[in-house]
Design a protein around this ligand. Structure first.
Ligand code: ARG
Length: 672
């Protein structure tokens, strides 16, 4: 363990001790207040009460000091890392926290509110809005201080720092913050010296459970959403320095295997020696389901197969394995095309663990009989429902499997953070899961859990996404159509005449897969979204096509001026990024927000913020490019003047965009 880790552990322990003390003090204060209330006698006449009041005041004072100590302990002030861009919001937070503490020493836990200022540069870049709240707090304490006065007091107490150019108190008490160009320049220069890097967050072990299609059933658009969103979340968290486990919790266990195996035995009796040529697993599934529903004999056999499988009979395990393999190959085609990486660990992995957890719950007295089932309640609040842990036939359910799963993730994988990406329809399931896990003391406050829900995919008719004939859309067909449409688009623009066949293919794939991913990610995932190739292939507005083109254009600026990667490297050593022109500085400030934009997404796990951010970069770049020459040419088309600082600014823009693209799974190409 390094020194920093040790220090953090030490502080954490200290904080925990202090927190316990606070709890104790709070309880004592409450008791004292209660006793004071119970004495109705005049206080001046009652020395005992006088004593209580003094004691109370003292306790309160100690509580304040402890609270402040805790908030200082929990914030490990990260020293500036000169190889990474700094998170401006964080730095401001720290600066103002200290200023407010000095300006208002008498307020416990003062609010520190820092926001990005809207579009008008007159009001600065960021603002601190704490003064209004603080004035209110003073009012409650019986002191009248106007928000403006508080604001001025805070400004007086802001310590010397490199970030802030100047501060202005405006309106009812806003403090407008103007970021210094020197600071901006130094931060942006790290892009050339060390690449686009974000500040490290405390490294966590994160498990992202995403994609998770069900074996033999079709992988539908819902799984596509989970796959796209989950992959981006992983990329983001990996970029921020976390240790990420990408888990594909496929549905590879359950009663459906009984009928699949029974059907396999009939159709391919030779399956033990010869791999069955199942070309279309979905039709195979449908056939066996039909038999299962219509044929009593078959149904009985299917059940018998489940029993054999669960008893690990090798012939049945082999059949199960074969069926899973066919599915796995089909899924892998999709993952390869979309460049998604996953570790498969399906429901079957938890078989014995399910037995264990059921026994534990039983012994712990958590299970209740309910019409032959064994259920467990997360809580008894109104409208809540329990988990079915054991069915009346003794079988397990999706609920049982997720209980065993979360236990494995917490105790064996030692996760600090578990993320489940599924459709919003499963929200209740996860709510109950988390409650049950808390109830048995498995899930504690130390561990963060998130269900990341998303809305359904609709067709252009705003009904559930289906093919014309009413079938579920097969993902592979969807990707194929994307490719076709992307090619049409490129041909429409006559790009096939300019690009080599290889370049054309790269551009086609980049556009096709990029637009499908981006359309998904750029919508607020909580809402349903309409799947429309026409919309996603538009080259205007916040679309993948627009952004990919914008990026290619930015990249081509340096090329026109004959700057290749190596020359840019040299250039960045001898020249500074130009930030003097109003539009240059505006663009620079958007780029400087990169770290805080990423951190924002770690809070709500909504990737559309990142899409909005890249789009803002692209449009701000256009503003800059319209106003500022990077390369000047004469009438003959020869380069006569190159503005080096601007070439660097364009290059920095491209690099930040590329990083965002990478997180979003977009693959820019050098020519399109
Ligand atoms: N296979 C499930 C489905 O298709 C999703 C599994 C999600 N993960 C989990 N641990 N429950 O809906």
């Amino acid at each position: 363990m390094g020194l920093i880790d040790e220090t953090v552990t030490f502080y954490n322990n200290e904080a925990n001790v202090a927190e316990d003390q606070i709890k104790l003090l709070k309880r004592q204060i409450l008791q004292l207040q209660q006793s004071i209330k119970n004495k109705t006698v005049d206080s001046s006449l009652n020395p005992e009460l006088q004593k209580l009041i003094t004691e109370n005041t003292k306790l309160k004072h100690r509580l304040t000091i402890l609270k402040r100590a805790i908030s200082n302990l929990n914030r490990s002030p990260t020293p500036r890392d000169p190889t990474k861009m700094q998170n401006i919001q964080d730095v401001l937070d720290e600066i103002f926290r200290q200023a407010i503490a000095s300006a208002c020493p008498d307020v416990t836990d003062p609010p520190v509110v820092i926001t990005l200022t809207g579009n008008n540069p007159k009001f600065g870049d960021y603002q601190c809005n704490s003064a209004m709240q603080l004035s209110n707090i003073y009012k409650q304490l019986g002191r009248k201080i106007s928000p403006r006065d508080v604001a001025n007091k805070i400004v007086e107490n802001v310590a010397e720092n490199e970030l802030i150019e100047r501060l202005e108190v405006a309106g009812p008490g806003f403090i407008n913050v103007f970021v210094s160009k020197t600071f901006g320049l130094r931060n942006l220069s790290t892009i050339f010296s060390h690449g686009v890097r974000a500040p490290v967050q405390q490294k966590l072990r994160v498990l992202v459970d995403f994609s998770a299609p069900n074996i033999a059933k079709e992988m539908h658009v819902g799984h596509l959403r989970s796959t796209i969103i989950g992959e981006s979340i992983c990329r983001l968290l990996e970029f921020l320095g976390h240790d990420v486990l990408r888990i594909n919790h496929v549905g590879d266990w359950g009663t459906q295997f009984g009928m699949l195996i029974a059907h396999l035995q009939d159709k391919f009796p030779n399956y033990l020696v010869e791999s069955p040529p199942i070309a279309d697993l979905q039709s195979f599934y449908k056939e066996s389901k039909k038999r299962f529903d219509e044929d009593e004999e078959f149904k009985k056999r299917a059940y018998a197969c489940v029993v054999k499988l669960q008893a690990f009979d090798p012939n049945y395990t082999k059949a199960w394995q074969l069926i899973c393999d066919v599915s796995r190959k089909e899924f892998q085609v999709i993952y390869d095309r979309l460049e998604v990486r996953l570790t498969e660990r399906g429901e079957s992995f938890y078989q014995t663990r399910m037995n264990d957890i059921v026994a534990e719950l039983d012994q712990g007295g958590y299970l209740e009989e309910d019409e032959g089932r064994k259920v467990m309640w997360g809580d008894r609040s109104e409208g809540s429902i329990p988990f079915t842990v054991v069915k009346s036939d003794g079988g397990y359910t999706y609920d049982t499997s997720d209980l065993a799963t979360i236990k494995q993730r917490i105790l064996e994988e030692k996760c600090d953070w578990i993320i489940y990406v599924t459709d919003a329809g499963q929200a209740t399931h996860f709510q109950i899961l988390f409650r049950c896990a808390r109830r048995i003391g498995l899930l504690t406050d130390r561990i963060r859990v998130d269900h990341v829900p998303f809305g359904v995919v609709l067709g252009e008719d705003r009904k559930k996404f289906k093919t014309r004939s009413g079938d579920t859309v097969r993902l592979i067909d969807l990707l194929e159509e994307g490719l076709k449409r992307a090619l049409d688009k490129l041909q429409e623009k006559n790009r096939d005449q300019v690009l080599s066949p290889e370049e054309l293919k790269k551009a086609q794939e980049s556009i096709a897969y990029g637009c499908i991913k981006y359309a998904d990610l750029s919508h607020n995932r909580n809402h349903e979204y309409v799947f429309s190739f026409d919309k996603m292939l538009e080259d205007k507005g916040n679309t993948a096509v627009y952004l990919l083109y914008a990026y290619t254009r930015i990249r081509s600026i340096a090329r026109t001026a004959n700057f290749d990667e190596k020359k840019i490297e040299e250039l960045s050593k001898g020249h500074a990024i130009s930030l003097d022109h109003e539009k240059e500085w505006k663009l620079g400030k958007v780029l400087l927000r990169f770290p805080e934009e990423l951190v924002k997404i770690t809070k709500d796990l909504c990737l559309h913020h990142l899409c909005e951010y890249v789009y803002e970069i692209a449009t701000t770049f256009t503003e800059f490019y319209d106003a500022c020459y990077c390369v000047e040419k004469n009438s003959a088309g020869d380069v006569v003047k190159v503005n080096h600082g601007r070439i660097l600014l364009a290059e920095a823009t491209a690099r930040v965009m590329a990083k965002c693209f990478d997180i979003l799974g977009l693959k820019p190409v050098s020519k399109m």
